[in-house]
Design a protein around this ligand. Structure first.
Ligand code: TXA
Ligand code: MG
Length: 342
């Protein structure tokens, strides 16, 4: 089965758009459909339909113990799926929905049990993308949607990425162009008295704290937490096939590493900013844009990681960026993709 591709333009009138109606019909009939959100493309299915949700896990090769985010088309439907909305959770909804923030609530049930992987909590988000919202509103069901990549690949930021991984494994994909944020939503657990960020993402810690005050960070995210940074295991999640080393420090340090690797006969790729390329006086086919614009660097990250696998490098050296603001999510994903941090 070829995957159907519906191309829509986000400037079009999307309400009652024939392609949106058709894609929504597939979703209501238990089929898997990928669609753009403001963060990355999601692979959607009816969150109340166990079999439909299973088809997501099968297409992605996703481990069954990793719960899915439920996407909703309006703020108020969240009440149908959760037992309690804390005051802080409500403030976050008011401030950031629609947007790149997934909130973990105590679950009320009524969703397929594989959506939450057997947990008593559920993650919900209302995406800020005209295509996603039109589709969710037309389908009028909660849509479970992880990122629309094969497990272990970078999340898709265009419909081409979705098809690279999932062509003929899913029913359809709505092509709404390139996504804006480029990394996934921030995940925050609001079942705790002090909410805890489980995954940094499109909404920054500072933006969240400006609304609800101090939050905690999941222990695995805390700086100085001496989690092993050895190759393999821990950072496998987003990794391309070619090893990626994040090189901290200035361009002198990076030059040393380049020369050392080249002296061993290795072909060295450089995933660096325009400024770093200039400092090194080297051209690169893996440019991340200007480091003065980390929003743009973040937007380009996953596309560039996918490009690594199409080039013949033995090792790719990546620049280490500031972890301030969106840099926190950027560096989190880059370090996960890396086999080494030096
Ligand atoms: O931006 C995004 O969040 C994208 C778009 C498609 O919305 N979705 C996405 O989904 O990134 P996924 O499945 O790739 O990542 C969901 C993350 C996982 O880390 C999962 O463990 C966590 O959210 N999660 C989901 N439900 C949870 C729960 N009840 N408790 C703790 N973590 C949860
Ligand atoms: Mg994912």
């Amino acid at each position: 089965m070829e995957t159907i591709c519906w191309k829509v333009d986000e400037d079009e009138q999307l309400q009652n758009h024939p392609y949106i109606i058709e894609a929504a019909k597939y979703l209501s009939h238990g089929k898997t459909v990928a669609f753009p959100t403001e963060t990355v493309y999601g692979l959607g299915a009816d969150a109340t339909d166990e079999q439909a949700v299973q088809a997501i896990f099968d297409a992605k090769g996703r481990p069954a113990d990793n719960p899915l985010i439920v996407h909703v088309g309006s703020r108020d439907v969240v009440e149908q799926y959760v037992t309690h909305i804390s005051a802080k959770a409500q403030q976050l909804i008011d401030a950031f929905w629609p947007g790149a923030l997934t909130i973990i609530f105590p679950s009320k049930g009524g969703l397929a049990s594989n959506v939450t992987a057997g947990l008593t909590t559920v993650g919900v988000r209302m995406p800020d993308h005209p295509v996603a919202l039109a589709l969710l509103q037309e389908a009028a069901i909660p849509i479970a949607a992880p990122s629309a990549n094969s497990s272990g690949k970078p999340s898709p930021t265009s419909h081409e990425h979705v098809l690279q991984d999932l062509n003929s494994k899913i029913y359809g994909v709505v092509d709404g162009g390139q996504t804006g944020v480029g990394v996934e939503s921030t995940v925050i657990d609001c079942t705790l008295d002090v909410p805890m960020i489980l995954r940094p993402g499109g909404v920054t810690q500072r933006e969240i704290e400006a609304v609800i005050g101090d939050v905690d960070l999941a222990p695995s995210l805390v700086k100085g937490d001496d989690a092993p940074r050895s190759p393999g295991m821990k950072y496998k999640h987003y990794a391309p096939d070619c090893p990626i080393w994040v090189v901290s420090g200035n361009s002198y340090h990076m030059r040393e590493v380049i020369e050392q690797q080249q002296s061993e006969g290795k072909r060295v790729g450089l995933m660096i900013s325009d400024e770093r390329a200039e400092e090194l006086d080297l051209a690169t086919d893996l440019s991340l844009g200007s480091r003065d614009n980390l929003t743009e660097v973040t937007r380009r990250l996953y596309h560039t990681l996918r490009k690594v696998d199409t080039l013949q490098y033995d090792v790719v050296l990546a620049e280490s960026f500031s972890k301030a603001e969106i840099g926190e999510a950027l560096m989190n994903r880059l370090e996960k993709a890396a086999t080494k941090i030096i």
